[in-house]
Design a protein around this ligand. Structure first.
Ligand SMILES: Nc1nc2c(ncn2[C@@H]2O[C@@H]3COP(=O)(O)O[C@H]4[C@@H](O)[C@H](n5cnc6c(=O)[nH]c(N)nc65)O[C@@H]4COP(=O)(O)O[C@H]3[C@H]2O)c(=O)[nH]1
Length: 528
């Protein structure tokens, strides 16, 4: 008991914690998303520029290679000068002779060819040669990236990547080959970046280092850019704390609601258990008559919980809690025992009279219940054929399982009635396959009978269905003579249950009001 109370007290805190975690996850995802946008923007810019430089260099090398002019001839120098003039990404273009630079578009022909520095890399099928940051080739103070193909060489303008040299805080990028073995350009703190080529962050990846990586399809140029994203607490501490507080508050509210529901169901469970232990469940009986001849055909057993002050609590208030907490099976057994003890003599005296008992699908699916029912009927001398089990149409159990279980009860002689027909969602095809002997039309349709509404149409359709299925039809909630008259006209064989005939009552009153072989003349007042 104490443990249960302590558990209830913890529920809101657990939900608060969960709410806080959810809020934190949401804040992280939002922050990841904007950090990814940032690194994508930066990485794409570097990538576009790198591809543009590479494509331009390749195109110029290709053009020089195809040139009809004699290398370093005045026409060749003129053509190279024009290239340097129109291609701002290139600082100079020139010609090699025996591995040395013989002339360039800017400097013309050298009196003494300039020695080339050691090669950084040879790439591609056609063996283009690359130099990274080569200095002292033309001007001692300038370090340029160079590429050569055949006897042509291009020198990249130093300013081509200038704007990336000092990236914003936490940003870094590498321009490299797709196998990661050669780095064209590096910006910022790039240690370990080549190892993550091919990975890209998504908003749902939880990592502080956000990654952009992309390779060109035609040229062997890739870019890996990273952003060491700050935590949401660093970027927007107030917003983050507000989101966290919101999450915890929402979690706390859900927790309070959950604790209340849990407390209610726990208190109902305890209340019901105490009522069972103290024998404070009682059963009332509501008469059911056949309208055609006014004979009493049966009675429905309806459970009530007697509160400590003697007031009767109707089943609608505790049966759902009993079903949810698993106490319903104990209640059903108690009702069965009580109803057989109350109505046993009546059932033996009047073999045409039946007693209907509400059961839940859990009762029917419980293998022991059939044995229990058999023992009780035997002990009280009740014929199973006079016992109708009312199963609500709103049952959530699997129809196949339920049908199989119902068949076992049916084999032992018990009848089944589908209660509250028309309010559930079960398919008619299932109902048609279930071993049922009767349908009870819900009172909401009955009460619409003497009003112009679709209720009357539905009732007459259900009557047709009952006739087709060859099952008994019982109409619940018959309160007026007008309703009874309409029903008797639509379906003469119909049975009626409702305040017009009698409210649920204790067994003593039931026996007094409806003695064996009595008739209830509903078109006159009172029982006869
Ligand atoms: N307005 C109006 N109401 C009428 C009229 N005639 C009968 N009623 C009420 O309609 C309900 C009929 O029972 P139900 O459809 O089986 O509906 C039952 C049944 O589904 C459930 N129930 C009752 N006893 C048991 C039980 O022992 N076990 C289980 N599992 N459920 C039970 O509780 C429901 C409510 O039972 P009650 O409160 O006794 O309410 C009863 C009855 O008092 C009428 O002319 N007008």
């Amino acid at each position: 008991m104490e443990a249960g109370r302590r558990k209830i007290r913890f529920i809101p805190f657990i939900w608060m914690f969960l709410g806080g975690i959810c809020a934190w996850v949401v804040a992280e995802c939002i922050s990841n998303n904007s950090a990814d946008e940032y690194v994508d923007y930066y990485g794409s810019d570097v990538f576009k520029n790198a591809v543009s430089v590479a494509e331009t260099s390749v195109a110029v090398l290709h053009a020089l290679d195809q040139s009809p002019h004699v290398s370093c001839s005045p026409e060749d120098l003129e053509a190279m000068r024009r290239i340097v003039f129109v291609v701002p990404l290139l600082a100079d273009v020139g010609r090699l002779r025996e591995g040395e630079l013989a002339c360039t578009g800017v400097w013309g022909t050298f009196a003494t060819p300039v020695a080339m520095p050691p090669i950084s890399r040879v790439i591609g099928v056609n063996a283009a040669t690359l130099w990274r940051g080569a200095s002292g080739v033309v001007r001692g103070d300038l370090a340029a990236d160079m590429a050569s193909f055949g006897d042509s060489v291009v020198m990249t303008e130093a300013s081509a990547f200038a704007r990336y040299r000092d990236p914003a805080e936490r940003l870094a990028a590498l321009v490299l080959t797709s196998d990661g073995s050669y780095v064209y350009q590096a910006f910022g703190e790039t240690y370990g970046l080549s190892g993550i080529l091919g990975q890209s962050s998504r908003w749902y990846h939880f990592a502080r280092r956000r990654v952009f990586s992309h390779c060109d399809d035609n040229i062997d140029v890739c870019v890996v850019a990273t952003y060491a994203a700050p935590t949401p607490l660093e970027t927007a501490p107030l917003d983050f704390l507000l989101v966290l507080a919101g999450g915890m508050t929402a979690g706390g509210c859900i927790g309070l609601w959950h604790a209340r529901l849990y407390g209610e169901s726990r208190s109902w469970r305890q209340k019901l258990q105490r009522a069972l232990d103290n024998n404070r469940l009682t059963v009332h009986y509501q008469p059911i008559i056949r309208l055609s001849d006014s004979t009493l055909c049966g009675a429905e057993a309806l459970v009530r919980l007697v509160d400590f002050d003697g007031t009767l609590i109707p089943p609608d208030q505790f049966i759902p809690a009993a079903e949810a907490s698993g106490v319903v099976e104990q209640i059903t057994r108690r009702v069965v025992k009580r109803a057989f003890s109350d109505m046993g003599p009546r059932l033996s005296a009047d073999r045409d009279f039946y007693l209907s008992i509400n059961v839940s699908s859990d009762d029917i699916l419980n293998r022991d219940f059939l044995g229990f029912l058999d023992n009780e009927t035997k002990a009280r001398g009740v014929s199973p054929g006079q016992v109708a089990l009312e199963l609500t149409e709103r049952s959530t159990a699997s129809p196949e399982r339920l049908t199989r279980a119902m068949e076992e009860f049916s084999r032992n002689g018990y009848q089944f009635l589908i209660d509250d027909f028309g309010t559930g969602y079960s398919s008619l095809s299932y109902i048609a396959r279930m071993p049922i002997s009767g349908i009870k039309i819900d009172r909401m349709f009955t009460q619409a009978l003497d009003q112009p509404s679709v209720g009357a149409v539905i009732v007459s359709k259900v009557c047709e269905l009952a006739a087709a299925l060859k099952v008994t039809l019982i109409c619940e909630g018959v309160e007026t003579k007008a309703q009874a008259t309409i029903l008797a006209n639509i379906y003469p064989d119909i049975c009626a249950q409702g305040f017009l005939i009698g409210r649920p009552m204790p067994v003593e009153r039931f026996s007094r009001t409806f003695p064996v072989a009595s008739r209830f003349r509903w078109h006159q007042d009172g029982a006869a």
